[in-house]
Design a binder for this molecule. Structure first.
Ligand SMILES: Cc1cc2nc3c(=O)[nH]c(=O)nc-3n(C[C@H](O)[C@H](O)[C@H](O)COP(=O)(O)OP(=O)(O)OC[C@H]3O[C@@H](n4cnc5c(N)ncnc54)[C@H](O)[C@@H]3O)c2cc1C
Length: 328
């Protein structure tokens, strides 16, 4: 058996809470290393194929996506996240000390990864990063305008990127969706906002729509969410917010955060792993295709040629090197 420190097998108990989500959602660094490095005890340990640094808004979605598209179940994905698992979803109206408190006043999860040398006020006042699973997706406003060509002229985006994002390519057999369409669907910004609704909202929206339509033609063109203004619904803010449930008996998913996606994928991965190693939960880690190690700050990347060969971590004085090849 691996000669590691005493494994944490149950939620940690503090004065205020049990760390249930953290324990059952994330893994310790020892568990990740044991599952990946055969010399640590498990002879069938397998290295990770992809290591995602930072389980924030985009890192969590990327890791979930890598896990979901692996039809052959052949690859292992590891997320190294500097902060803890604090929130299970987007949460509004937290205590002031929890929300972004501003520069040099880090609060509960907020911290600054760098000192900005920009003289601009908005850079100097940058509150920093949310060091937690989900990152700033746990706190963001939810405003996600659809990408329209007029917004990417300065600086110009490469034509290939614009084409790749806007051309329907999904699903491969009978493409109807572009990658942007898919992102909007995952975020929930493709449907008319039901967050602010009701007779007063509809009356005011109609009033605004009529007034815009009645404007004389001029150099300023007012457009809606997707660059068109054909119906009142085009005036709706593209918010990643759901106030109503999609199905009877279900609660609305409310505002999008990447934590929900990641937790769902982690549950699938854990279910698979436990089925592959009945009765031995420590060995089950070897079969886990998606792991997240929280409280694990990557402090340095070492290169071998143009490949990353070793990660230095700010937790437990450990480093993470793949035994059978370079890290992804
Ligand atoms: C209050 C608020 C409102 C906002 N509203 C909107 C909005 O309405 N619309 C909009 O488009 N944008 C909005 N934004 C901005 C948007 O949230 C961010 O641009 C986006 O979430 C950034 O995603 P990211 O994945 O790049 O970074 P993050 O979500 O910050 O993720 C970075 C992750 O990496 C981790 N990390 C950092 N360094 C390390 C390291 N060395 N090792 C390991 N892990 C590390 C962090 O802990 C974090 O989890 C808002 C932001 C805030 C704070």
């Amino acid at each position: 058996m691996p000669t590691t420190p005493v494994p944490i097998t149950i939620p940690q108990d503090t004065s205020f809470t049990f760390d249930v989500l953290g324990r059952y959602g994330c893994n310790t660094l020892e568990e990740a290393l044991d599952s990946a490095v055969p010399s640590r005890g498990f002879t069938d340990a397998r290295p990770f194929d992809h290591i995602v640094i930072g389980g924030g808004s985009f890192g969590s979605v990327l890791a979930t996506r890598l896990f979901n598209v692996d039809d052959a179940n052949a690859h292992r994905v590891l997320v190294l996240e500097a902060g803890p698992l604090v929130l299970p979803e987007h949460v509004q109206n937290l205590l002031p000390t929890f929300s972004p408190p501003g520069k040099d006043n880090p609060g509960t999860v907020w911290g600054q990864p760098w000192e900005s040398d920009s003289p601009m006020g908005w850079n100097q006042n940058f509150p920093g990063l949310a060091y937690c699973v989900g990152g700033r997706s746990c706190f963001w406003g939810g405003w996600s305008p659809y990408f329209i060509a007029s917004e990417v002229t300065d600086p110009p985006w490469p034509t290939e990127v614009v084409t790749d994002l806007t051309t329907p390519v999904l699903p491969a057999a009978n493409p109807t969706e572009s990658y942007l369409d898919q992102a909007a669907r995952i975020l929930g910004t493709n449907v008319t906002n039901d967050f602010v609704s009701g007779p007063l909202h509809e009356a005011l929206r109609q009033h605004l729509f009529d007034a815009i339509q009645a404007r004389p033609a001029g150099p300023d063109v007012l457009t809606g969410n997707r660059g068109q203004l054909a119906a009142t619904a085009d005036l709706e803010a593209p918010l990643a917010v759901a106030s109503a449930s999609e199905r009877p008996g279900f609660f609305g998913s409310n505002k999008f955060s990447s934590v929900q996606l990641l937790l769902r994928a982690l549950r699938v991965a854990q279910g698979e792993a436990e089925a592959a190693s009945p009765g031995d939960l420590r060995r089950a880690n070897v079969f886990e295709r998606l792991m997240i190690v929280d409280n694990c700050h990557v402090t340095r990347l070492e290169r071998n040629g143009n490949r990353i060969s070793r990660l230095l971590l700010g937790c437990a004085g450990e480093s993470f090197a793949q035994s059978t090849g370079p890290c992804g």
